[in-house]
Design a protein around this ligand. Structure first.
Ligand code: Y12
Ligand code: CO
Length: 175
């Protein structure tokens, strides 16, 4: 499966992803193909919409303290729903669909999320720390929300300016 990362300002990133009903080979193939893309780009989370599939699937691999991301850390969530949330935390987030831009984002500190695994088994996970932040970031993608949508008016303006300059530089370097 040939996948590539959809980047801002592509409007597909605004789409609401559809609930998954069929837990078949094509879903497994997509999840399997998303994993190397995420790992090869130093990602820790990736939603299916970021590879142009508007369905409610996301993957995560939260690094260990030494920065390693063993395959055993892979988490796949299908049709996730955040059932409860508490507290507040701030973290400097980045996104594979918004390369080279990082900003402090406020999120819930702890969450409880219900989801299905790739075989439709129902699961519940309580999360805090980076895992909680990553789940909230990826669930936002399923609702067409990017972390830059959470910036204040002033910070968003700053981002748009920086982004325009970055695209210009990219274009010039290709000439
Ligand atoms: C905390 C904060 C954000 C998340 C969401 C998941 N975000 C990522 O996985 C971001 C990855 C990322 C990787 C980059 O490196 C490459 O593309 C090689 C990157 O670098 C550049 O853009 C140059 C930016 C972001 C979860 C938890
Ligand atoms: Co993202």
């Amino acid at each position: 499966m040939n996948l590539s990362i959809v980047e801002y300002p592509d409007r597909r990133l605004k789409l609401k992803s559809k609930k998954i009903e069929k837990f078949d080979k094509s879903l497994h193939r997509l999840l399997d193909a998303m994993y190397p893309i995420m790992m090869n780009t130093n990602g820790i989370g990736l939603a299916a919409i970021q590879v142009a599939h508007p369905i409610q699937a996301l993957i995560l691999n939260i690094p260990e303290e030494d920065g390693e991301q063993p395959d055993e850390n892979l988490i796949e969530m299908i049709n996730p729903i955040i059932k409860s949330k508490d507290g507040e935390t701030v973290y400097q987030e980045g996104c594979l669909s918004v390369p080279s831009f990082y900003e402090d984002i406020t999120r819930f500190e702890t969450i409880s999320v219900e989801y299905q695994d790739r075989d439709a088994n129902l699961k519940t996970m309580d999360a805090d720390g980076l895992l909680s932040i990553a789940i909230q970031h990826e669930v936002d993608h399923l609702n067409g929300i990017l972390f830059i949508d959470k910036l204040s008016y002033g910070r968003r303006k700053k981002f748009e300016k920086e982004h325009k300059r970055m695209l210009k530089e990219k274009k010039n370097s290709k000439k």
